[in-house]
Design a protein around this ligand. Sequence first.
Ligand SMILES: C[S@@+](CC[C@H](N)C(=O)[O-])C[C@H]1O[C@@H](n2cnc3c(N)ncnc32)[C@H](O)[C@@H]1O
Length: 395
Amino acid sequence: MSNIRNVGEMVEPNHDEYNRQRFVSILRKKVLMDFAGDMKTIYQKKVEPNFEKKHGRKPKDGREVRKAMLHEPVFEGWSSLRYNAQLMTWWSVQPAIERDLSDLIQAAKDARAANPAGGSLELNPDVDVPREITELDVHLMPGCFHTEYTDDDVAQGAVYHYGTTVFSGGLPHRRITKGGVASSIANYLKLAHPEFKPKRILDMGCTAGANTTPYKEVYPEAEVHGIDVGAPLLRFGHARAEAEGAALHFRQANATDTGYPDNHFDFITSSFFFHEVSVPDTKKIFKECLRILKPGGLMLHMELPPSALTDPYYNFYLDWDAFYNNEPHYEKFRGLDFPEALAECGFEKDKQLMVRIPNFASTPPDEFKAVATGGDTMRRDHGNGAVWFTFGSWK
Ligand SMILES: C[S@@+](CC[C@H](N)C(=O)[O-])C[C@H]1O[C@@H](n2cnc3c(N)ncnc32)[C@H](O)[C@@H]1O
């Protein structure tokens, strides 16, 4: 550990801010657990039977469920609470970040100057930032991923980092963004494919690096890279990683055209990334992955499951974000035929894979190992039920 101040732990809310964050965390949990359960019950007891009476069949997809639910008071209430809880998540962390911003910026500069862990930060002000980011506040996060309000700004990295802690209902005043997805994928790969020892790893759409760090922990010998289009996220991510002793290489680049040489990486991954990317760009990125992946290398992305694997009600529920959370590509991405889309971009069908990986931190080790080594890759009932859907291909 160095004596560089950790931007990921510096921001302390005052009494009122703390309680506001607690309130938002609890409200989100309530909306996503209890109220969502009530809404489903009303759908099953009233909306679906009415639909069946009228059409002589059940709704065939998420759109039909949506149409039937749209003017139900329970949906209107739930949706408006969820929307407001989402906005309040970011608002609840912004005042403390604004108060500490010059300190955060200085700490990030100090980390960059000292660079104690030996990672790197390469920014490119000419990067092509996609239109859905410049035109929309994705996730309703004010300023989105890329906005810079001042020189060397880290504000958006901080808002994402501290905001996702509130969002996930954890201790609101502490950083708990420990990269649950990446530690699940990395530990799964280690058990399922012990012979696979990636030397160079790339995390696409890495944001502030929470889901990049675990790859360095599980594969300490590997060179671990993260790319994103948002400079404030990368400054923040680099500073946090350096303070935590993780040598990560952050670069501002568009995943459609990374600029890396051919056959450069052994392992390419991402988390919660593609649902925010348009379908044409998704295909460009698959092709770019094929180009920069070494023969014998693996591409494995975590995402929301495709709509073909989930039922119409769940599709309606998941695709809420496409309509109300400024994530316009969400529904179209989930509607893709993943094996066909990958094949169209050059990945051979017999080398492709889809795996549901249990959440590493909350699954008993024996059970996690049994799933990783058992070969039944699409089970969804292990652990406490928290599983990450992943898809990809060997090259
Ligand atoms: C929801 S966030 C990903 C979250 C992150 N991987 C995690 O696990 O915390 C999506 C990220 O993708 C980035 N992004 C979107 N389109 C991109 C593109 N074409 N190239 C690189 N990054 C992109 C955004 O700036 C944003 O940081």
